[in-house]
Design a protein around this ligand. Structure first.
Ligand code: FAD
Ligand code: S2G
Ligand code: ZN
Length: 477
């Protein structure tokens, strides 16, 4: 069975949903089984509106035991499933490819506990990131990650994609801040690794398998995560630079001048700033420059940090690595500057079709890729914009056309992945491989590494029912 959407992709040997299955789910979670095609549309389509599945059923369990019973039934029936959180994923991982059963964690949004001393939060996977952040801020704590999708993405999806975001520079990866998790294996078995201990060296650290597995090894149902102290003071500077090398110099200076209070370092090029003005009518507090650096400090003493930030800004103006700059200390100005960076994805969607690349590259020729792509796509794209988490060596390179253009796509792939691979970069820095990028895994991982991943996948999911067609190349998943 192939679908007209993916003519060269075979549907796996999975069962086809029938009335008895629906009846079973109905008695298990009455009222939370959705089969209406119109209602299913949003759950079948990804945020970018680039991939669409044909699932006939959406299940919305509330408890781990319900997820376990559902998955056990699907395992025995041979029905493929796709775990779905906030459906803000950008690589087609969160929606069905064919008719997989969608299991949504949307209603699994209970906070179980918060230890205000250690900062350890235990909550269900379906808690929305922004809601969690508001909750822990009420206890003088903050979530160790923040991203533009915070209003919809869920902590289970964040863990499952090992989401990076704008705070990774300060608080590190979820592989460090997640202390434990509870998951339902493809067999339906519940694995309770929900420890709240910071240190526990007893056997393999199993939670790490699920962090970044993109729903291919099991369904995360609860997470325990370490929340840092809420910084007392946040200051943001926006600097204008003449060249990308100057942005890199500013980054280096920020580390030496701001040290322990540096909490974020993002960059945008002039094409990105133009996009934000054109598509969202946002205003920039600086005149036009070829590049912009967004520098955030978070500390315990506002006056001290502001003084440091002013000193840093003066230094960069003296050396000429920055041509202009502004420091924001009040919340409105800070939010305006952050909005210019956090709403890039939203702005791009107004152009039509978005070709989205999220790569890690050495800073030495980080921006060369952007220039090469701009030259290569001349006349075949509305725009080519570059921004990203420079502090993490993470470039977000995006091109747009009014509607999907195969000629534009053919100019981009596989050229862009070959380019990144030659620089020993990563073809997916933080968004994952999902469905759209799984065939490029060998551009960043050795055949031996991919074979080991396939061994682990088969050990946990011998029937391959858990999020098939994702992460691993066809035939290995
Ligand atoms: P979904 O999109 O629902 O799912 C993502 C993947 O995880 C899928 O493979 C799905 O099957 C799996 N999954 C979801 N829930 C579970 C679960 N409970 N158990 C097992 N598997 C599960 N990403 C970044 O890393 N950094 C950013 O800065 C960033 N900014 C973004 C800005 C915008 C505007 C948007 C739209 C997206 C952004 N993203 C970013 C991408 C996306 O928000 C993240 O990947 C996020 O972690 C996905 O969470 P979600 O709950 O929406 O997951
Ligand atoms: C970001 C999200 C979307 C994009 O803005 O940091 O991770 O446009 C991205 O790549
Ligand atoms: Zn990002």
């Amino acid at each position: 069975l192939t679908s007209d959407r993916y003519p060269n992709l075979e549907r796996g040997p999975f069962a086809v949903l029938n009335e008895q299955d629906i009846a079973y789910f109905e008695q298990l979670i009455p009222g939370y089984v959705i089969t209406d095609p119109d209602e299913l549309q949003a759950y079948n389509t990804d945020w970018l509106k680039t991939v669409r599945g044909a699932s006939k059923v959406l299940l919305r369990p509330k408890k781990t035991e319900e997820v376990s019973a559902i998955v056990k039934y699907c395992y025995e029936r041979g029905l493929a499933v796709v775990p779905q959180g906030g459906n803000t994923g950008l690589v087609g991982g969160s929606v069905p490819v064919f008719d997989e059963v969608i299991i949504s964690t949307q209603l699994m949004n209970e906070i179980r506990s918060l230890d205000p001393i250690s900062g350890t939060l235990v909550c269900q996977a379906g808690c929305v990131l922004e809601t969690l952040n508001q909750y822990v801020q009420g206890h003088d704590l903050t979530m160790p990650l923040d991203l533009g999708a915070k209003g919809s993405c869920q902590i289970g999806g964040n863990v499952s994609t090992n989401a990076g975001g704008i705070r990774l520079l300060r608080y590190g990866s979820l592989h460090g801040s997640v202390l434990g998790l509870e998951a339902v294996l493809p067999s339906g078995e519940i694995v309770d690794c929900l420890t709240t201990l910071r240190k526990d060296n007893t056997g393999y650290d199993l939670k790490q398998l699920f962090i970044g597995a993109e729903g291919t090894l099991g369904i995360i149902t609860a997470v325990s995560i370490l929340c840092p102290q809420q910084p007392r003071a946040v200051n943001v500077a926006l600097l204008g630079c003449a060249s990308f090398n100057d942005v890199v110099s500013v980054f280096k200076s920020s580390k030496s001048h701001l040290g322990e209070v540096l909490s974020a370092f993002e960059f945008m090029d002039s094409h990105t700033m133009q996009l934000m003005k054109e598509n969202l009518h946002l205003s920039c507090p600086l005149p036009d420059f070829p590049f912009y650096a967004l520098v955030e400090c978070s500390g315990s003493n506002g006056a001290h940090d502001e003084e440091k930030l002013m000193g840093f800004l003066e230094y960069t103006l003296e050396t000429g690595e920055a041509l202009d700059g502004t420091v924001a200390t009040d919340m409105t100005k800070i939010q305006n500057i952050w909005g210019l960076r956090e709403r890039c994805a939203e702005a791009l969607m107004h152009d039509g079709y978005n070709y989205k690349y999220d790569v890690s590259l050495p800073l030495s020729n980080f921006y060369q890729l952007v220039e090469d792509m701009r030259e290569r796509l001349e006349g075949n794209a509305i725009r080519v914009v570059a921004y990203g988490h420079l502090g993490d060596g993470n470039l977000h390179l995006n091109m747009t056309t009014a509607k999907y253009e195969p000629t534009t796509m053919a100019l981009i792939e596989p050229f862009i992945y070959d380019w990144v691979s030659q620089q020993r970069g990563s073809v997916s820095a933080e968004h994952g491989l999902g469905f759209k990028k799984r065939d490029f895994i060998y551009h960043s991982k050795s055949p031996a590494a991919v074979r080991l991943m396939a061994t682990i996948k088969r050990a946990l999911d011998p029937k391959g029912i858990m999020n098939p067609y994702k992460v691993l190349p066809a035939g290995l998943e």
